[in-house]
Design a protein around this ligand. Structure first.
Ligand code: SF4
Ligand code: SF4
Length: 126
């Protein structure tokens, strides 16, 4: 049987920000792989509503993007979770879907946009 399945490529989408909703009770898996200093830095970011203090809900962008902590970068998460190169897209897509599902819902327009983008996207560069 010849496989016609197309490989999915991870890509961040604009106007999402789901991974900036840091609610610690929902992010235990991510918190566990951080060292103590990183955990402290993470907790310092959490605002009263669970969103990161540096997330601009109006523009839906990070206000400190160029100086954001390493653990906000997909490439760092890949290292922290020790993901092999061939599994990077799969891992990143799964993380994003989990975040988008808990923030906006599995049938949300954001999830639809993300799924479309990963089907037609380009290689990881985050
Ligand atoms: S959850 Fe994924 S798609 Fe959404 S902002 Fe974060 S990295 Fe981008
Ligand atoms: S520092 Fe920026 S990228 Fe990191 S969680 Fe906060 S808003 Fe998101």
């Amino acid at each position: 049987m010849s496989s016609k399945l197309k490989k999915l490529h991870w890509q961040c989408i604009s106007h999402c920000g789901a991974c900036c909703r840091l609610t610690p009770s929902e992010r235990s898996e991510a918190l566990e792989v951080l060292n103590e200093d990183q955990q402290r830095a993470y907790m310092d970011l959490v605002g009263p509503d669970g969103w990161c203090r540096h997330y601009d809900t109006g523009s839906q962008k990070c206000k400190i993007y160029n100086s954001r902590p390493d653990f906000c970068k997909v490439s760092s998460l890949v290292n922290l979770f020790k993901i092999s190169e061939q599994d990077v897209d799969k891992f990143a897509i799964s993380c994003c879907r989990q975040q988008i599902r808990s923030t906006y819902g599995s049938r949300s327009p954001v999830m639809r946009r993300f799924n479309q983008k990963t089907r037609h996207g380009s290689k990881i560069d985050g």
